[in-house]
Ligand binder design. Structure first.
Ligand code: CUA
Length: 156
């Protein structure tokens, strides 16, 4: 083996040791951790129903996680006229969030949060469909938004 080749190999191995050591020191002394997914953290991890953030105007907030092959929470229930601040992310691959009969069309992207404000004046059940091909059960991936007068006026 050539002398220069040997020297380069020794330097490469030393650098590996230094970088690995830096990772160990960062993890043990400085609390630097492996990054976690946004959907593994509050408030996304809680799978909570919409909660009221304002009375005037009536406004709810919900954090939805799209994953193969469902939306979590699967059903969003609000009273008519209420605004919904919807925060959306994905736990695995890219999904879509289309509310049937409306122009709401969001992407659910892993590691990112998309946002929209929805408002439904009429009572009814609106289907939420995934519009990005996301695997074998893509065509079954759906949720609902239920707009109803009996919906949790006093809840939370
Ligand atoms: Cu999720 Cu298609």
């Amino acid at each position: 083996m050539d002398r220069i080749e040997k020297t380069v190999m020794v330097i490469a191995i030393l650098l590996l040791v230094v970088f690995f050591g830096a990772i160990v020191v960062a993890a043990t002394n400085y609390g630097v951790d492996v990054p976690t997914c946004v959907t593994d953290r509050k408030p996304f991890v809680e799978s909570a129903p919409p909660f009221k953030t304002s009375d005037q105007p009536l406004r709810y907030e919900v954090h939805t996680v799209a994953r193969m092959w469902m939306f979590d929470p699967p059903e969003i229930t609000v009273p008519p006229g209420a605004e919904i601040d919807l925060y959306l992310s994905s736990a695995d691959v890219v999904h879509g969030f289309h509310v049937e009969g409306t122009n709401t069309n969001l992407m659910a992207v892993p590691g990112a949060v998309t946002y929209t404000r929805l408002k439904f004046d009429r009572e009814g059940t609106y289907r939420v469909l995934c519009h990005e091909y996301c695997g074998t059960a893509h065509h079954l991936m759906a949720g609902t938004i239920v707009v109803s007068h009996t919906a949790m006026e006093g809840e939370q």
